[in-house]
Design a protein around this ligand. Sequence first.
Ligand code: ATP
Ligand code: MG
Length: 1107
Amino acid sequence: MEVKTSLLDNMIGVGDMVLLEPLNEDSFIVNLRNRFDHNEIYTYIGSVVISMNPYRSLPIYTPQKVEEYRNRNFYELSPHIYALADEAYRSLRDQDKDQCILITGESGAGKTEASKLVMSYVAAVCGKGQEVNKVKEQLLQSNPVLEAFGNAKTMRNDNSSRFGKYMDIEFDFKGDPLGGVISNYLLEKSRVCKQPRGERNFHIFYQLLSGASDDTLMKLKLDRDFSKYNYLSLDSANVNGLDDAASFRTVRNAMQIVGFMEAEVQSVLELVAAVLKLGNIEFKPESRVNGFDESRVKDKNDLKEMCELLGIEQSVLERAFSYRTVEAKMEKMSTTLNVAQAYYARDALAKNLYSRLFSWLVTRINESIKAQAKTRHKVMGVLDIYGFEIFEEGDNSFEQFIINYCNEKLQQIFIELTLREEQEEYIREDIEWTNIEYFNNAIICDLIENNQNGILAMLDEECLRPGTVTDDTFLDKLNTICAEHQHFESRLNKNSKFLTDHSLPHSCFRIQHYAGKVLYRVEGFVDKNNDLLYRDLSQAMYKATHSLMRQLFPEGNPAKVNLKRPPTAGFQFKASVGVLMKNLQTKNPNYIRCIKPNDKKVAHIFTDSLVCHQVRYLGLVENVRVRRAGYAFRQPYESCLERYKMLCKKTWPHWRGPARDGVEVLLTDCSVPTEEFAYGRSKIFIRNPRTLFTLEERRRACLEDLATLIQKIYRGWKSRTHFLLLKKSQVVVAAWYRRYAQQNKYQKIKSATLVMQSFVRGWKARNILRQLKYEKRCKEAVTTIAAYWHGTQARRELRRLKEEARRKHAVAIIWAYWLGLQVRREYRKFFRANAGKKIYDFTIQRIMQKYFLGLKTTTMSPMDNTWPAKPYGFLEGAHTQLRRIFHLWRCKKYRGQFTEEKKAVYEEKLEASEIFKDKKALYPSSVSQPFKGDYLEIQKNPKYQKLNSAMEEKVLLADLVNKINRANGKGSPRLFLLTKSNFVLADQKTGQVKASVPLPDLASVSVSTQSDGFFALKLKEGSASASKGDFLLSSEHLIEIITKLHRIGTTAADRDQINIDISDEFLVQFKQDKVCVKFIQGGPKNGNSAACKRKNNRLLEVSVPSP
Ligand SMILES: Nc1ncnc2c1ncn2[C@@H]1O[C@H](COP(=O)(O)OP(=O)(O)OP(=O)(O)O)[C@@H](O)[C@H]1O
Ligand SMILES: [Mg+2]
């Protein structure tokens, strides 16, 4: 449940000045001080918020606070700027009323901070979403940019706004921000050239020099040292608590968020740099023949750099500082400028350049934050304008005059709107309106702005008048025209009352503003109002190539030379204030009146006189009077009844009926005099705060009684609840105890019963057992007797049956013999003499037939070893013989299919088998390999063409062999060729014949019994080839080579067969020596091939891997 609270709860002093009693200036200040000392910086006057500048950060702007004030009624919580912002936002969103928030107060009072707080509150409570957040961010980030260019440190405020700002924030029907429009008013541009003691130029100059990178500064031709620039005052260049470098980064970041392009930022900085450079241009006099001095630029370096920055031709600008073209009607005249005029021109240019840059920035920001949607917007305007300004010792000039004029207008609109609102509420609530006496400052506004004889009109008249015009002529004019005005004071006035007033110097005039008297010095009024920039300068600027200059100096366009004077500063300002006032009048106003507690810019100090002065000129006491002229306090019936219902028995605790009746009953019951209140439509109006406080007092007393009552009821309830709990517990405990006791008793009875029961049952069981045993014994006796008797019977029967069976068997045998005898005797008559042999032959024939048919299943493949099993023992010999004959026969059949070549191959294979089968382990692996003969394809291979042609006969075998070197046992590849009459060894690469041995010279061939491919070709001693010694070779086709050799030997008629010696040790004749080649079986060393190694001079050892 939401707890209803009120502004009246836990108040320090009074939260709403309307309730102040007694009401006078002193009590007003005391209340403000009291609240300020307790960190209550906000106080209301009705719906107006007074804000005291705390000069320190207070923990009252947290997100929790935002939540606390969100959607709460204005008077529900203690005064806060958030309450005002919430009220304004909600009536904008829910009632579709455009709002404006008018923030006034003197410099340093906290207007800008207040405007930011309002904006941040609205940003926090309005809708969310990517697009909305972007708009919010852009609106909020426009502040740092404008502050950098438009704020400066002054004596009164380290971040003083030197321009007026009005920002319209636009919302859609849901209350989401769409965009905004900013208007700026009169930038204090004189600050660009000159700053009062203890003050600074605009922040941006210092931020740029401190925060920009070296690179940027170099591009802008700037030096980091402030002292290098005439326009920057040095005495307060560094401000405590201001970090210019960090601010520069913030500003750049903000510009980026707002939507400035990088090039635009650069252009802006270039103009800022150009202003600094401009300030450094100095002039010297140069005497002319006509006796006049003419100004010349002293050191042209700064001029040159400035011209480079802006893209201006140096000579053009230089000339513009020395001459001035005056155009009158159709004539053009050039006059020279003296040094003072040149400085004036320079400063005018700097001021114009900067102020136009500032206006351009505002326009550019407006472009970015402009609302996109074309539908009707709801608008909340926030006005943060310079406050009323009074300098001591009559140092007030044209600017202060303008500022104070603006504040006069605001005060007027404040009075008008407050009264209007008050009156409207009375009408709305149907309450009689009583006229209220108040001071209306319209008369002062009229003094300044009247079109005929207002001060501004006269100033314009003076500026436009031909002839000599000075500030004094202007003052004279004022003295004659305004002499009678009761708010105008001057020494030279015809009004004799001021003739002796020494506080009023001759060159000054004084206006009694609503906020106090202000002494203005007329010096500079005419010049500042004219705001003259020589046309030569504006034309020079227009010619610049810099991207912004044409936009900033449009009047410099030679094609649009306008001989009419531009509107004066005063005229422009009056016009823009007029527009602003009209705008504000269409909106629902919300006021924040800022007050500065001390001049020292420090926390905790409250200077009565200073505050009193502000309270006076802000007309705050007046404001309270107006507010409570009729009825001091008003409250909706519901909240009034809710708050005071305990004061009357009829309304307590609930009033069932309309709230208004309830309040009526309540007030009658409380005996409040009837003249003290009036009943509106929805609110009760209370005339005197005292009445309200009496009600509050009674409420407080009543609340104490109520608290006691609540306490009493609560205690009673608590004791009762406690007692009931005890009672309930006692019942539970008793029940449990009884249950426990009964359970115990029951357990005992139960166990006793069980004991007795078991005894009885035991006794009974034993009786039965005894009985049963007896019966069993009786039955056993009967069974035994019966068994014996049955045994006797059975044995007797068995004996009888055996006897009978023996008799039956004897009868059957005798019967069989007798029957056989009978059959034989009968059969002998029919039996022939040779019938036995015939049966026998027939049986044998059938058996043989079946046997031969069984053999038919055997295949014709000679490799098939299968043969049916013999069916009868007597066929054993025939069976084996048949198998052999059949095999020979099918082999013959198989051979019969062979061609001649195949036959030769098989013959060779056969011969190989005869030579090597069971003698050499290599043989089995060769059986399946066909004998190809020409492995080198010697006839086709072009590499061996020469070798082939050298061969006289047909090559029977050509293969690659290894010739074993006896020195190390290693092999070198050779081509081995075999013809019918010789064999040839040739070089493998070149095909050159190394040895050609006629076969008759070959005595024998030696090979091992193992699976190696080594073979020795031994030559006949004394033969022609023997001189080179035997050949020890190895080949993969050893079996084929040897077989072929052997075959040639066998078929040749003219020579002996070649001996083939198969043993694991043989001698080989190498030239002179005989070397023994020995084969041993060893583990596989070099893979699977055999390796030959020389052991000594006489022994070559070949290790053959075991199979
Ligand atoms: N609510 C606040 N909480 C904390 N400090 C504040 C608050 N309001 C103002 N200040 C302090 O006072 C200083 C001056 O406030 P601000 O710049 O808002 O004055 P101003 O009224 O705008 O003055 P000017 O007319 O010169 O622009 C701020 O810089 C800040 O230090
Ligand atoms: Mg400000």
